[in-house]
Design a protein around this ligand. Structure first.
Ligand SMILES: Nc1ncnc2c1ncn2[C@@H]1O[C@H](COP(=O)(O)OP(=O)(O)O)[C@@H](O)[C@H]1O
Ligand SMILES: [Mg+2]
Length: 277
């Protein structure tokens, strides 16, 4: 058992982040649930019997050492693992009262509801407007595209910087702006969940900090599930933290303050205090 108190928190950061308190105070419905989830690449197991419920309109951080299965778990949620030939998923991922692996689920429609943002910003070699409108065109959106583009860019805190250059290429933006463009692209189809896989690790600290602020705003409207190897970041921005350790085991999952101040598991304490990983 840990003897730590909030006075000697395991990491040197403000874990009781101001803005998260309102959200933490009220109960949340479950947005996504994994049940007895196992994931294999060939014979190698990457996720080991994980069951967890992820709350709606909260920020949930997935942390743990490299190779512990964070990205694999994230990709299960919107079936991005379907694209990996040798990957086999066993168990359920529930979303909207349905197992996303049921045969009648259309993965393309699922990915509109559960958008994804990657580590490296990956805008298309298209205009800023067309990047954001991309998903809308595919889904045959018949509303006001320009209006939705504007709303999405505002939602991604990018509008003021690009509103006079919507026809220039997304690739001309800075790294941090490109990542916010990718976030705008992800929110344009009006998803419920946004998955982010280390979204700031390729960015400089100022750009990363902007994305962190944005994530806090996004949680007003969306369920955010973020993989990060940066523990300070998890502590700053998330409401709930799941700690995965080697072998794809979910070792502890709780309110973020609890994980960082007084974890139940010695292995989690060792990881958070930097004894390994
Ligand atoms: N496409 C893949 N093919 C084979 N093995 C993979 C693939 N992706 C991940 N793995 C393996 O699955 C395990 C978990 O990887 P990953 O989910 O990427 O971990 P993390 O994101 O925590 O670093 C690792 O052992 C990794 O080598
Ligand atoms: Mg990863």
């Amino acid at each position: 058992m840990s003897n730590t108190t909030s006075d000697d928190s395991l990491i040197t950061t403000e874990v009781q982040a101001d803005s998260n308190d309102d959200r933490a105070a009220s109960a949340a419905e479950t947005a996504v649930a994994a049940r007895d989830l196992n994931v294999y690449y060939g014979d190698e197991r990457a996720i080991d019997d994980v069951t967890m419920e992820i709350p709606e309109k909260r920020v949930t951080a997935l942390i743990g050492p490299s190779g512990c299965g964070k990205s694999t778990f994230l990709r299960c949620i919107n079936r991005m693992n379907d694209m990996i030939e040798i990957c086999r998923v066993d168990g359920d991922v529930e979303f909207g009262g349905k197992n996303v692996y049921d045969t009648d689920v259309d993965p393309v429609a699922l990915r509109r509801k559960i958008g994804m943002v990657f580590q490296k910003p990956n805008p298309f070699p298209k205009s800023i407007r067309d990047n954001v409108a991309y998903g809308l065109k595919i889904q045959g959106f018949d509303g006001d595209v320009d209006k939705r583009v504007e709303e999405s860019l505002k939602g991604a805190a990018l509008w003021d910087e690009v509103k006079d250059q919507l026809d220039s290429s997304g690739l001309e933006l800075s790294g941090g702006q490109q990542q916010r463009l990718c976030i705008a692209r992800a929110i344009a189809p009006d998803p419920e969940v946004i998955l982010m896989d280390e979204p700031t690790s390729a960015l400089d600290p100022v750009a990363a900090s902007k994305i962190e602020d944005l994530i806090d705003d996004l949680a007003e409207q969306y369920t955010v599930i973020i993989v990060t190897h940066n523990m300070q970041q998890a502590a700053r921005i998330s409401d709930r933290t799941a700690v995965f350790l080697t072998g794809g085991e979910l070792v502890e999952y709780d309110d973020t303050a609890k994980i960082f101040e007084d974890p139940e598991e010695q292995r989690v304490e060792d990881y958070i205090t930097g004894k390994f990983g």
